[in-house]
Design a protein around this ligand. Structure first.
Ligand code: SF4
Length: 376
């Protein structure tokens, strides 16, 4: 029987249904939850359930119904879901490559007599010509083809400290195809110091919005020089677009989402194609949407590595002290998270690192870490 005899085919798991799969039960016993969705589910309706799930099963009622493929793509690219994604139901081996390409990493077909056909189907192609969610070898983007899937990376890094994660990311897994995204804010020096010890020529992307505090610009120059960072790139908004969309320089006040899109999201997107992975300094202790931040995730089919995801404020402070790193000049004035001067105040809540950002608005993130639909 296919569902009991086969554990792995060409690196892709075939197994049981959600209710009988021992691996699923094991995952569930670790405290997470498993969600089963019909292929015709709307990804927006299931976002809250899916976001924290350790496994999502997408059920195909009929093999001729392609909505499960669409749903898988949306879960991976719109929601940035990076847990285990499994296709279950009426599946046929001819669909194997498509299932893999939209981001499924496990398969549990109803028909259990086609083991050899599934194996052949999964092994048939070694190279594809359009990048997708599977990190399969892509003829024009060979570097991506070397990347293990996100769940494997998170498992690999589970017991690793931040320095080890960064060392592997920079010198091994994404060697030559990884950059750091840095705000040169209050906590920035910690991650940049680690990176400078690994490879000081690692590209550092600084979104130069034209709205930074003078202290941030000064700190960016000082820290870069002190750490010997030799490849800091200032990423600026398109001048023509800025003149057209923000002629009176008040967009931050009238439409901050549009302003962030103009000054941060689009400029970053313009250079992201140069890299397979991006290192960020985000942490779970920042709260909001970051509380369940994983070490590795995909956003819009690109890898983000968050080596400090689980770090506490005390660990940050200890690292600053241990290496005698310079502080952002605004830190001592109560700024615990520092962005554009127009949208940043000293923390309004001592227990909330980002409480000084967009004070009085519902906005909590600029959009550079959001799936495409949330970007403007
Ligand atoms: S943080 Fe404020 S000023 Fe900076 S890009 Fe966003 S809305 Fe504009």
């Amino acid at each position: 029987m296919l569902d009991t005899a086969i554990e792995t085919l060409s690196g892709h798991t075939l197994g049981h249904t959600a209710s009988t799969d021992p691996q699923a039960a094991q995952l569930a016993s670790g405290g997470g939850h498993i969600v089963e969705l019909s292929g015709d589910a709307d990804w927006r309706d299931v976002a809250n359930d899916v976001r924290d799930a350790i496994q999502v099963d997408v059920r195909f009622g009929k093999f001729s119904d392609g909505r499960g493929f669409t749903l898988a793509t949306q879960l991976r690219t719109r929601l940035g879901y990076n847990g285990r994604l499994r296709a279950v139901g009426d599946l046929i081996p001819d669909q194997a490559q498509f299932l893999r390409r939209v981001g499924f990493d496990a398969i549990s077909p109803d028909r259990t007599d086609l083991e050899a056909d599934w194996t052949r189907a999964l092994d048939r192609f070694s190279v594809v010509y359009q990048p997708a969610n599977d990190h399969a070898p892509v003829a024009r983007e060979q570097a991506i083809s070397q990347t293990p899937i996100v769940s494997e990376l998170n498992a690999r890094y589970r017991e690793s400290d931040a320095m080890s994660i960064l060392t592997d990311a920079i010198t091994n897994t994404w060697k030559g195809k990884i950059a750091v995204l840095s705000s040169f804010g209050a906590e920035t020096a910690v991650g940049l110091h680690m990176i400078s010890r690994i490879d000081s020529s690692t590209p550092v992307l600084f979104l130069d919005t034209g709205r930074h505090f003078a202290q941030t610009e000064q700190y960016q120059r000082q820290l870069s020089e002190q750490l010997g960072l030799s490849n800091v790139r200032l990423i600026q908004p398109d001048a023509i677009e800025a003149a057209r969309e923000d002629a009176d320089s008040k967009l931050w006040k009238t439409d901050p989402d549009a302003c962030c899109a103009l000054r941060k999201v689009r400029p970053l997107n313009n250079v992201l194609g140069e890299y397979d992975a991006l290192i960020t300094g985000r942490k779970q202790m920042h709260g909001g949407t970051r509380v369940s931040l994983p070490v590795v995730e995909t956003i819009n089919a690109r890898i983000r590595v968050n080596p400090l995801a689980a770090w506490s404020q005390a660990e940050i402070e200890n690292y600053f002290d241990h290496y005698d790193l310079p502080r952002h000049p605004l830190s001592e004035m109560g700024y615990s998270s520092i962005g554009c001067w127009t949208c940043t105040r000293p923390a309004t809540d001592a227990t909330s690192v980002r409480s000084g950002r967009w004070v009085g608005q519902e906005k909590t993130e600029c959009g550079i870490h959001a799936p495409l639909e949330a970007e403007h």
